[in-house]
Design a protein around this ligand. Sequence first.
Ligand code: SF4
Ligand code: SF4
Length: 92
Amino acid sequence: MSHPRWVPPNGGAQRNLQPPRVVMFRARIKSLLCIGCGECLAVCKQGVFRKTAEGKAEVSNGDRCKGCLDCFAVCRTRAIHILPGKSISRMR
Ligand code: SF4
Ligand code: SF4
């Protein structure tokens, strides 16, 4: 099934307009709670997390989150929070 082509409000008069992007979920880590076990890095198929120099986990690609909650389930310290996505990004 093909999707209708997005047309900017001005009909495309400005060439640098990009279609809006919807981010459904955002991952956040409370660094103070993270013990650096690495479970979230191992379980996330989207590559949302990376390890810091201190050995803790941090979010590197939060916009890739699909909301599967696998990381939430394995994090024993409840350091991870999956939040609703931010609003539709502004047109650039
Ligand atoms: S699973 Fe939790 S405690 Fe372990 S590295 Fe990830 S955020 Fe830190
Ligand atoms: S909810 Fe799923 S996709 Fe999102 S960060 Fe956690 S494991 Fe990755």
